[in-house]
Ligand binder design. Structure first.
Ligand SMILES: [Zn+2]
Length: 378
């Protein structure tokens, strides 16, 4: 366009230039069944921090628990690290593109494709000093405890939480790394060893993550999955389960013994958190076997401790992941040892999170594994 016909940007010389946009859209959790798609302040990127434009965000079972029965994890009084309380922006399973880096950040550039490891930790307590950031005595999560979340147009996180993803890993698959890392970590710290037999309780996202972590290691003699939903049984099979049992039809204890030298399985991974399933799973475990709990329980469970005592069985809890788990999962995906794409059963927009995300996960749970939100579309 010739310069002579161009309209001046500001007709009056004294008028200030248009100010930069200071607000953005975010999905915030205000309380039980109160999720709002609203306008909030755009966070500023400080020293040692990275500002991202979230790309894809997975909806997690813990988000759903908060929505249906919370706030539980989300703070109702100021969180010891973030200082924030509800409302908080949701979204802790996400990928994105770097928009800005703060002073002192060298590993990331504007345009880098990244994922976020969402644990918030103080770095100073005994657990953190031992490298157990997942057990930090003040811990929290980006997307649950403050510091924003993936379900927004922008988010600022510490550089230590950010991981680059290789060119052959898509941003969609990047959003699956967090739940996959939960299963990966559980297998890592469990006493599972090559040729062990395994029983996985529940074929939801975390159960499928455990199956994939075992398959990536190519070392389980049997991967038995106990699941009710027909679609989830198919997924379990597709991802590498060797035997599918249905707790409403099969005798889990008898079948596990039958499949495993009349003794039972070496390791159980409980990804369901259901009392009846746990009671059976303990008895489906061989002498000196281990029951690994990954599930978050809605209420206290009961265990007949004598079932542990007389067979020297162990019961252990595992929580999220530590440094290294994200890296190992990214490598497994990049090298093709894990192919998690088909966990994505639905894609929705940022403004559809409640209606097409949370409500669908309640009404159509058996048919969904992972619903991903396109954080750039609304
Ligand atoms: Zn700590």
């Amino acid at each position: 366009m010739p310069a002579t016909t161009q309209e001046p940007l500001h007709k009056e010389a004294n008028q200030p230039p248009p100010t930069e946009k200071t607000t953005m859209k975010a999905v915030r959790f205000h309380g039980q069944k109160d999720l709002r798609f609203e306008e909030v302040q755009i966070p500023k990127c400080g020293k040692g921090q990275v500002k991202l434009k979230p790309a894809w965000v997975g909806i997690c079972g813990s988000d759903l628990h908060e929505y249906l029965g919370g706030p539980n994890i989300c703070p109702t009084s100021p969180h010891p690290i973030t200082g924030e309380s509800v409302p908080v922006t949701f979204g802790h399973e996400f990928s994105g593109v770097v928009e800005e880096v703060g002073e002192g950040v060298e590993d990331f550039k504007v345009g880098s494709r990244v994922i976020v490891q969402p644990i918030i930790y103080d770095g100073t307590c005994g657990a953190c000093e031992s490298g157990l950031i997942n057990c930090c005595y003040s811990n929290g999560f980006v997307g649950l405890s403050g510091w924003g979340g993936g379900l927004s147009e922008h988010v600022v996180v510490p550089q230590s939480s950010v991981y680059n993803i290789p060119d052959n890993v898509s941003l969609e698959v990047g959003a699956l790394v967090e739940p996959l890392a939960v299963g990966w970590h559980a297998v890592n710290i469990s006493p599972f060893k090559p040729n062990d037999s395994v029983l996985v309780l529940g074929g939801g996202p975390i159960g499928l993550a455990v199956i994939q972590a075992l398959v990536a290691r190519d070392s389980a003699s049997k991967i038995i999955v106990s699941e009710v939903s027909a679609r989830r049984k198919e997924f379990a099979k597709q991802f590498g389960a060797t035997h599918i049992l249905d707790p409403t039809k099969d005798d889990i204890i008898a079948r596990c013994k039958e499949l495993c030298d009349d003794q039972g399985v070496d390791v159980v991974f409980d990804c369901a958190g259901v009392q009846a399933a746990l009671t059976q799973a303990i008895l489906a475990t061989r002498a000196r076997g281990t029951i690994v709990n990954i599930a978050v329980w809605e209420k206290p469970a009961s265990i007949n401790v004598n079932d542990l005592v007389f067979k020297e069985r162990k019961y252990m809890g595992v929580a999220t992941y530590v440094k290294g788990d994200f890296k190992e999962v990214i490598e497994a995906i990049s090298e093709g040892r894990m192919k998690p794409e088909s966990m994505i059963t639905k894609k929705i927009k940022l403004n559809e999170v409640e209606e097409q995300g949370f409500k669908i996960l309640v009404e159509d749970k058996g048919n969904q594994v992972k619903i991903l939100v396109d954080a750039t579309a609304f």
